[in-house]
Design a protein around this ligand. Sequence first.
Ligand code: SF4
Length: 241
Amino acid sequence: MRFSASKAGLLKSCKFPFRPGTPCVDERGRAAINGDRFHKAIATYIETGVRPVETGRPLKWLEDRMDHATAWVDKNRRPEWRVEIAYAYQWRTGEARILGSNLGREYAAAGLKDDEIAGSADLVWLAGDTVVCADHKTGRSVTDAVWAQLEVLCLMAAKAHGARHACARILHATDYGIVEYERHFDELQLWSAAEQLKMDLAEIPEAWPEYGPHCSGCYCPARAGCELFQIRSKEEHHDAA
Ligand code: SF4
């Protein structure tokens, strides 16, 4: 599986799924599919001001979150917002560029080079010498894996926009409203993030499986073919029974 920013949490815990030749199946569960629907709908609302009409039976989960998210957008809207920006980052040299917008996961088709990695931010804007990357999240909680993704996105965005600092903002859409989280990265922290990413990516060719809560927590797409996962999860299931 090719690395992208959305898999940064998995990379920190196990590099084996990214090793060339590791069989991966990207099974998208119901939560991921609903999350995609939400992302598409809120991106359309931000760009056009029109809330898309869902075909079929309305999904309360989605309707509730869209109510909160559109209210947040109306209150915070900025003319300089850019939506669904995809970046390409040359991890060996630290150079970055904007690859396009609204690409989904079609980075290769947009011209991602072999020595680049990609990532997309939901909302991006510049505030002085700081680039702000805001991401909508719909999971049950804001995990370390989510922050790992935002750190990589901030690094890419800061390099691509020539910003000295970066700010990660998570807009967590819940049943009850949008919960906001924020983290700042100064020049030194961005440098440190770039060095860590470089080390992690360089280890991929020699990586072996590292079992842990991340196997399921980060939805590792190599689970079905990972012998270590099959053995250890059966043992745990057996112990718990
Ligand atoms: S299932 Fe777990 S141990 Fe196996 S490759 Fe994935 S993250 Fe690593």
